[in-house]
Design a protein around this ligand. Structure first.
Ligand SMILES: Cc1cc2nc3c(=O)[nH]c(=O)nc-3n(C[C@H](O)[C@H](O)[C@H](O)COP(=O)(O)OP(=O)(O)OC[C@H]3O[C@@H](n4cnc5c(N)ncnc54)[C@H](O)[C@@H]3O)c2cc1C
Length: 553
């Protein structure tokens, strides 16, 4: 008799359990699901003191994450990222947090690491999973054909296109144009930056709306999201893991023989050292970016012999161009205070001119922090915000080149960089031409709304910082304006360029089992903005490496 009773009881329990779950789930607010990759990301303090992998990727940045995801489909992969997890950090997740991220910096921990070039131009680099794609302005645009013909790599353009498409499916969106962006688009067309190319990822002369890594809810996506394509059982991602050195060894007694990368040494958050070693046929891949990769090569003993000796670093391989051919695309432009408040907008539109100047725009609500505020306001802590609308020009290339050198043997300290902006006269000509286009946009009817009326009824822009020279045709004044107002658009690249430090397959010259896959290998900036091509590069090289290894020996 006991059996039917307990069955009935069980059915009741199940019934109520189902009801309860349904009620609970309908009452729960809709929350965003955590990205899949978080399941295999851990603090490196939890990692063993020594472990073995097929591929060790230094830097979980823009190129490093897609590379890791791709290699993990067939091999055991370790990613070591010196920063933490950016997902969920409110400043990093939204366009509104862009400026705050760049302002709230400290020496060792902030997601943006500030540095200043020897010319005095302040800049920043990503120090977080996702790298600089986690702190950038989110604009996405594919490279131009000039890049594919002149970057020193024999590109397989079919694989390039499928790699771009792989990225775009996951992390790129069509932006909803914010007001300043659509005004600038109209102004560019009036200024003759034609035709209107609508919305496209492709690089086309004229004015276009590009892609964005901010989705329709305004949430940022980064290259870290591409880790969700990885095979979880084959990949480990360690955060707060600062790689100090690539371990290099000679595999034969013959001194003429190539050395090989055999592993890396990294330090975790509590200062403990770990070794990660590569298995047979494995490789170490530097994806530490244009500042981090040359720095780490030098610290590992790969670079110009006299220079390494000066620092007391044992020379593993004399490679004279490590840290040389470093470039930064100068940014010039104007900023105005508009007569009406504007919403935040990072880059969504670009004008691509025939002369190789690219015009972009942003509007930011920034805190007004003059000390004079305290004189009139009783509550100086209350926040006053002011909108600043910016029009900026970036030049293609550039041709002017600089260099990087160590400031310390501590990998956490930024190296010293110098970009020698406009040392090549062709860059100055491009800047003059781009600045003229900005002048034309300012004269367009579309921008009339942004002028203030003075006592006499004249309408003028209210500039923050220097205005353009009154006579746009005066080359000397325009050149002076370019030199005086130069700043960065953060597209610095080079330092380990193809043909000088790495070969066409991105292998470090004269070293086995060591590649570099990131912006340090570029000798020109790809198209208007580099992140599309750097994410593509990670996927592209990963596919090639898999094919190479599985192909006939
Ligand atoms: C503020 C800002 C705005 C930008 N806006 C745009 C934009 O709108 N559109 C666009 O296309 N591009 C933009 N860029 C440029 C673009 O984001 C970068 O060119 C690109 O992300 C660089 O990719 P990368 O893979 O070379 O390096 P990164 O993405 O910087 O990756 C390098 C990674 O290596 C890690 N690392 C370095 N050293 C070590 C070490 N020793 N141990 C472990 N890890 C290490 C770093 O923490 C970092 O995560 C912007 C950049 C910045 C900084």
């Amino acid at each position: 008799m006991a059996r039917p009773l307990s069955l009935c009881f069980l059915l009741h329990v199940v019934f109520f359990w189902v009801l309860l779950r349904a009620a609970l789930s309908s009452a729960r607010p809709h929350t965003q699901e955590e990205p899949l990759y978080l399941k295999f990301v851990s603090n490196a303090t939890d990692f063993p003191m020594e472990d073995y992998y097929d591929y060790i990727i230094i830097g979980g940045g823009t190129a490093g994450c897609p590379l890791a995801a791709t290699l993990s489909q067939s091999y055991r992969v370790l990613v070591l990222e010196r920063g933490g997890i950016g997902y969920g950090n409110p400043n990093l997740m939204s366009q509104e947090g862009f400026i705050r991220t760049l302002m709230e910096v400290d020496t060792f921990h902030s997601p943006a690491q500030a540095f200043t070039s020897e010319e005095g131009v302040p800049s920043a680099r990503g120090r977080v999973l996702g790298g600089s794609s986690a702190i950038n302005a989110g604009f996405y645009s594919r490279a131009d054909t000039y890049f594919f013909h002149n970057s020193g790599v024999e590109w397989d353009l079919r694989a390039v296109n499928t790699s771009y498409a792989w990225i775009e499916k996951a992390v790129v969106f069509r932006p909803k144009l914010r007001s300043w962006q659509s005004i600038v688009r109209d102004g560019l067309l009036e200024a003759g930056v034609n035709p209107s190319n609508g919305f496209t990822f492709d690089h086309m002369v004229g004015t276009k709306i590009g892609g964005s890594t901010f989705d329709k809810f305004g949430r940022r996506h980064t290259s870290a999201d591409l880790l969700s394509y990885a095979k979880p059982s084959n990949i480990r991602v360690g955060v707060h893991a600062s790689v100090e050195r690539v371990l290099l060894a000679s595999t034969s007694a013959n001194p003429g023989q190539k050395i090989s990368a055999i592993g890396v040494v990294y330090r975790d958050q509590v200062g403990r050292y770990h070794h990660a070693m590569v298995r047979d046929h494995g490789e170490v891949i530097l994806s530490a970016g244009a500042i981090g990769s040359p720095q780490l090569l030098l610290l590992s003993g790969v670079g110009p012999r006299p220079y390494l000796s000066y620092w007391g670093i044992p020379v593993a391989r004399h490679l004279p161009y490590v840290g040389q051919f470093l470039y930064d695309n100068p940014r010039n432009g104007i900023s105005i205070v508009p007569p009406m408040p504007l919403e935040h907008s990072l880059i969504q539109v670009v004008g691509i001119t025939e002369s190789g100047a690219y015009i972009e725009a942003a509007s930011n609500v920034i805190p007004f922090a003059s000390p004079a505020r305290a004189v009139f306001l009783h509550t100086p802590s209350s926040l006053l915000n002011v909108t600043v609308a910016t029009l900026m020009g970036k030049i293609a290339g550039p041709l002017s080149r600089g260099s990087l050198r160590l400031a310390s043997t501590d990998v956490r300290i930024n190296p010293i960089v110098r970009f020698n902006y406009f040392s090549n006269p062709a860059d100055l000509e491009r800047c003059i031409s781009g600045t003229r286009t900005i002048g034309e946009v300012l004269r367009s009817h579309s921008l009339d709304y942004f002028k203030f009326r003075d006592w006499y009824g004249n309408r003028e822009f209210r500039y923050v910082g220097p205005p353009l020279p009154a006579d746009l045709s005066n080359n000397a004044q325009m050149a002076e304006h370019c030199r005086q107002t130069v700043t960065t658009i953060w597209h610095y690249h080079g330092g380990c360029v193809v043909g000088k430090v790495v070969d066409k397959e991105f292998r470090v010259l004269g070293v086995n089992a060591l590649r570099i896959v990131d912006g340090s290998t570029l000798n020109i900036s790809p198209g208007t903005n580099p992140q599309a091509t750097l994410m593509m590069l990670g996927r592209y090289v990963g596919l090639k490496m898999r094919k190479e290894r599985s192909g006939p020996k």
